[in-house]
Ligand binder design. Structure first.
Ligand code: LP5
Ligand code: MN
Length: 249
């Protein structure tokens, strides 16, 4: 992906948009309307869950339709690139078309005037979480997805709710959380002759030095319902480099 002509790039991830979290949705909607950038990159978990593109034709899909219409409007003004996360990996061509966003592979290389960068959601790099990696391998296979998507929508929504509850319960029980593996992150950068990794997923915004010349930038999640609200852009500007901007409600 070529970003050599651009002067300003904006990165976000982990908005976890859902109908029950109106404050986050509204903040996202309003900030997109006024966003000035050459390209917007959304690095996964834009939605809390995505159970299949057929939600867009279903009576239960008001919220998803609203989100896609907003994305479509923004895409008319700014190129929007996105990749799926561990919550919305069932996003398909139909939703892509309706939203106007360009879908990126994970990982994806971005050629900037400052060199090559790698963009990723980040979940695949949490390699010590072996239970999750096994689950991930299963649900990312085409055969599993075909079978799952053939189930009735209501059943898929229920499975997603069950898995969310299970995932939250597991996180409560854990005494430590599994971070992105720095060795794996460095290898990924080296394999792509890149020196900056930008990712989300962990909800622990920070910059980590992986070597003297390699670093990884972790995006923040968004939650406008907590105090102070969490909502942040990571911005790159030509000549100024990468910086974070907190949005206030
Ligand atoms: O998301 P988060 O931050 O809570 O935790 C993630 C990992 N969890 C997940 C699961 C999602 O939260 C819930 C699923 C989203 C719905 C997608 C659409 C519907 C598809 C349905 C798919 C069956 O990604 C969590 C990580 C954590 O990040 C930190 O990195 O630890 O991993 C887990 O909780 C997974 C468990 O460790 C393993 C679960 C095994 C469950 C096996 C059931 C197989 C069910 C098949 C159902 C038909
Ligand atoms: Mn995630």
């Amino acid at each position: 992906m070529n970003a050599l002509a651009w002067h300003k790039l904006t990165f976000i991830s982990d908005l976890h948009l859902q109908a029950s979290q109106e404050a986050t949705f509204e903040l996202w909607r309003k900030s997109l309307q006024t966003l000035q950038t050459d390209a917007l990159f959304i690095l996964g978990d834009l939605f809390e869950v995505w159970v299949g593109d057929d939600i867009l034709d279903a009576p239960q899909g008001d919220f998803e339709r609203k989100c896609c219409d907003i994305l479509h409007q923004v895409s008319q003004r700014i190129p929007v690139y996105w990749m799926v996360g561990n919550r919305d990996f069932l996003w398909g061509d139909k939703a892509a078309q309706r939203s106007g966003m360009h879908t990126l592979r994970d990982p994806c290389v971005l050629e900037t005037v400052e060199g090559r960068w790698v963009l990723s959601h980040g979940d695949a790099l949490c390699i010590a979480d072996t239970a999750y990696q096994a689950f991930r391998q299963q649900v990312r296979s085409e055969s599993w997805q075909l079978e799952f998507l053939s189930k009735p929508l209501e059943q898929r929504l229920q499975t997603a709710r069950d898995l969310r509850a299970q995932s939250e319960a597991l996180k409560q029980k854990q005494t430590h959380w599994v971070d992105v593996d720095n060795t794996a992150a460095l290898s990924l950068l080296q394999a792509h002759q890149a020196h900056v990794l930008i990712h989300g997923h962990t909800h622990h915004p920070a910059v980590h030095a992986l070597s003297e010349t390699h670093s990884r930038w972790v995006l923040s999640d968004w939650d406008a319902q907590v105090h102070p609200p969490r909502a942040q852009w990571l911005t790159w500007q030509r000549g100024l480099g990468l910086s974070r901007q907190d949005l206030v409600t």
